[in-house]
Ligand binder design. Structure first.
Ligand code: OGA
Ligand code: MN
Length: 292
């Protein structure tokens, strides 16, 4: 077992995010895990560099945060590992081996589900690199908690306690519009995925901190507010959440394990690389609770 005294949590210079140093996820002691667990709630996203772990070790690490279930998108999972979503632009025999358009518009994971995942754990196996050595395919995180704190008091008061609808199809259509969706949307998805209502301002189950839980495109209405006004408010909230002053931009290295709290932050995958610049990541999501 690892000597846990070596663990340190080093906050980024941004309003969210911290690096966890001095751990090997293949051998992680319980007290080191407890510090990581607490830091995730506190900092919203964490990254750990230079990890060399098997897929079983990644799943085992994710399971320490909570339950892990088969991913809804089984076609894009690692064969034999229904809980491991492959996030990748790699093709084998002409066919994509995973989801190549994951996260290409601002979002939090699976927010159109009754219990969106508490967090996701993403492991970089290959990162795209430009000819000049620049790493591409950054992921940007934005603090929806800091954005909530920055909201004018009258908007907080007006929207306190209201819920917004989250639409799975809305998200897919927003992605199609923004960057071109590469996968087919099965025709039965709209019926299978009814609108889901969640509070506009979500309270973190551990820290009690409030966050804006709204995404443009995916959120299509606010209860008790006429649609044109609601859409303008959603756009305004989205604009605030995604302001650069709330960002931490993760520049990937192969071997990074990163995780993010789906209540406290939103994230965006920067799609600035080409087909032949391989990106291969494994994602495991951890069960969450009903947003309140
Ligand atoms: C995800 C996601 C971002 C990325 O897997 O949920 O949003 O940069 N990924 O791959
Ligand atoms: Mn995501």
């Amino acid at each position: 077992m690892e000597v846990t005294e070596t663990i340190s949590i080093v906050p980024t210079a941004a309003v969210l995010g911290a690096e966890v140093c001095g751990v090997d996820l293949a051998h992680l002691a319980d007290d080191a895990f407890r510090r990581i667990d607490a830091a995730l709630s506190q900092y919203g996203m964490l990254f750990i560099r230079n990890q060399d772990i098997t897929v079983e070790q990644q799943i085992a690490f994710a399971k320490r945060f909570g339950g892990v279930e088969p991913n809804v998108n089984q076609q894009a999972c690692l064969p034999g590992y229904p809980e491991v979503l492959v996030v990748s632009n790699v093709r084998e025999n002409g066919r994509l081996i995973g989801v190549s358009d994951a996260g290409i518009t601002w979002h939090t994971d699976q927010s159109s589900y009754p219990r969106p995942p508490r967090c996701s754990v993403l492991y970089a196996k290959e990162v795209p690199v430009a000819d000049d050595g620049t790493v591409l395919g950054d992921t940007i995180f934005s603090s929806a908690a800091a954005a909530y704190d920055a909201l004018p008091g009258e908007i907080k008061t007006r929207l306190q306690g209201r819920r917004a609808s989250h639409s799975y199809m809305g998200r897919l259509l927003a992605r199609k519009k923004a960057v071109g969706l590469t996968r087919e949307i099965p025709a039965d998805h709209a019926q299978k995925m009814p609108l889901m209502w969640h509070p506009l301002f979500r309270t973190h189950p551990v820290t009690g901190r409030k966050s804006i839980y709204v995404t443009e495109g995916e959120c299509t209405s606010i209860e008790g507010i006429p649609d044109d006004e609601a859409l303008a408010l959603i756009a305004q909230l989205h604009q605030l959440v995604t302001e650069p002053r709330f960002h931490y931009r993760h520049r990937w290295q192969r071997g990074d394990v990163i995780m993010w709290d789906n209540c406290t932050c939103q994230h965006l995958a920067v799609r600035d690389y080409q087909e032949d610049q391989r990106r291969l990541m494994y994602r495991v999501s951890v069960d969450g609770s009903v947003p309140f």
